[in-house]
Design a protein around this ligand. Sequence first.
Ligand code: ASC
Length: 129
Amino acid sequence: GSALAADPITQRQDVFKDYKKTFGPMGDMVKGKTPYDKAEFAKLAAHLEVISKQPWQYFTPGTDKGKTGAKAEIWSKSAEWKQEISKHEAATAALAKVAATGDLAAIKPAFGKVGQTCKSCHDAFRKPD
Ligand code: ASC
């Protein structure tokens, strides 16, 4: 982030940029696009678990206005949104755990599960591109 105090929209978008830098290379390894590197994958998975806890605090009231993909439903259906977050955090924690074992056959479905939690939240709570 910048040295200046960022607005909450920028702060959450900065975390999602970090997601892309983390989840992207993991996906490449899972798909065999790049060689599976046990230590590197486990490091990325541990980082993903950390950042999975970070964006939500920046969805402060009123920040559905402006340059954001956030839908107003984040605030009007807050319980459902929090349920999506819980599922996502549980999936990233499970992935980090299995990534530490280096068992790629077990990593693949755990990775897929995280992707599903990204998608189901986006479907309900993010504006289409
Ligand atoms: C990504 C990405 C997402 C998720 C989602 C998984 O790489 O940018 O939003 O995975 O597409 O279904």
